[in-house]
Design a binder for this molecule. Sequence first.
Ligand code: PEP
Ligand code: MN
Length: 354
Amino acid sequence: MILPKPNRLNPAQLAEVTAIVTEFGCKIQPIIGAARTIYAIVGDERDDLMINRIEGLDYIDRIDRIQSPFKLMDRRSDLANGRLKIGGITLGEELFVIAGQCTIDPKNPHYFYETAAAMKEAGAHVLRGGVWKPRSNPYTFQGDNQSLEILMEASRRTGLPVDTEVMDEDHLKMALEAGVDVLQIGARNALNYSLLRAVGRAIGNRPQTSVLLKRSVHMGPLNEFISAAEYIAAFGNPNIMLCPRGTTPTLDGYRNHPDESATPLLKEKTWAAVVVDPSHSVGKASYVPAAALAAIAYGADGLCIESHISPSHGIGDDPKQSITPEVLAKTITQAKQLWAICREAKRTAAALVS
Ligand code: PEP
Ligand code: MN
């Protein structure tokens, strides 16, 4: 990883560095961090001669040779100096909330417009709405392209950025053309490396776009989760949030095994924001507020919660696990209070150690 002295290399400097790495069979991939652009050497970057020649250039600060399976997402990466900003929030500085319906019902768009207004009122920063749905049962509603228009109209009406899941490259293309702000990679596709690469490539030059990467139902080691994020970041855009959402085997009674406790472990390994989804984790509306607060207690930067203006009129997961806007508003208020308590506790603990 090449760290330049200026915020970014000018075209002549980039050409000079590119010429050197090309001699050694490597390529340069710029990664646009919030603090400065860094330059990944793609290929075998271990050649000392190549490293010495680059380090000898007077506009190069240094070369990081982090021994990590995820050099960009690693806590020690220069990207750790940046902060992701979405919907007027700097993640890590204030509680960040994505909320909205599991699924947009294209036959009844008024529900989504009402939900959207209510999410804004409740204090959400990003509106979620499923356009295309990964359903276990092939005979249930699979989503509808028409819902994309409803999602973007809700965004225009509320001024909120929007999040929706993309399951393949057609969805990706349509979502980006429509102007979706946060692309969600669901639990079923978190290990689909072709899709991860395609998403990375598609947003490499779109710093305004972010990705919410869910933890796969079947993911064991956390390195596997962070490496999935690395696939996306490696194309130039590190705007990635990691989203624990419950795994299998399930905890008897919950939809999945709640995994918000992975938050501090992830934070030890990576600088990425952790945005926990309590809805798919516990799978029942009445359990969601406690699971959301548990995530905050574990140090999550944000929450992704399913909420519907009238859950019983929803489709997909909404009837069973969406909370009402009233419950959402209360949960956000309590989560903010807990956030402040946890921050204070962290400061006190740090002061005791120092
Ligand atoms: C969803 O967010 O509605 C969804 C299907 O999530 P997951 O991929 O976590 O199951
Ligand atoms: Mn859902």
